[in-house]
Design a protein around this ligand. Sequence first.
Ligand SMILES: C[S@@+](CC[C@H](N)C(=O)[O-])C[C@H]1O[C@@H](n2cnc3c(N)ncnc32)[C@H](O)[C@@H]1O
Length: 243
Amino acid sequence: MSTSNHFDSIADSFNRLWYFSDDYKDFVIQHIIDELTLSGEDILVDIGGGTGTFTSRLEQESCLKKAYCIEPASAMCEEASKLTNITAICGDAHTFLATKTPFTKILLKEVIHHIPEREAFWKTVHTMLPHRGKLLIITRPQHVAFPFFKAAKEAFARNQPPHELFESQLRECGFEVETTLRSHTFTLSKERWYEMLRHRFMSDLGVFSDEEIEEGIREIEENYTRESIDIIDNLIFITATKK
Ligand SMILES: C[S@@+](CC[C@H](N)C(=O)[O-])C[C@H]1O[C@@H](n2cnc3c(N)ncnc32)[C@H](O)[C@@H]1O
């Protein structure tokens, strides 16, 4: 299944599936606002913004001049277009840049590994950003600490380029680059975590059949004996500023 079809298939349950905790959302939102130094002067573009929940909160909390949610999966984009304080555009990262819509800040949260021809993408973003304009990537290391089964960890690592690659490409384009690793731990009931796996909340899980997911859950059961499960989410924040 292609990435955008995968996200179309989980669009109606995406917000529920990806709901870790209010704390988790607040933690991520606050770091985005700080890293991008968002203010009322900014036009924000959230590439691969999904159902627009993050775009919308960022708009509200920073009183942005304008906020765009760019999303190629039409079912996800349809959800985002219901949020009245943002503009949802159905399309991919490159298609959006080709429209030459001006912006001052750009967010790529959990999407960079889906975008092809990244070097061309950085170059265009660098040209379009104003002086001191910023780009923020939020991504994960190739080896996640999530309680996945072994084959899921391997699938994730295969799909996730090392973050150092993004850093060096951005520096080559002329950006100032700063990287910070941040970790957030939360506890879910096993039942909830297994529901997320069964719904393939991450596109890396889309390659597994129902039988393989059930087998994976049995593997996790052997390693985690308590009723609840600690989820450690290690996130990488890469901030690139135009000099
Ligand atoms: C894991 S979701 C992240 C959604 C949102 N950024 C968030 O953090 O809640 C990845 C999103 O990227 C979108 N996507 C996939 N390929 C893309 C591309 N080439 N350009 C823009 N978005 C893309 C998917 O449709 C999906 O909605």
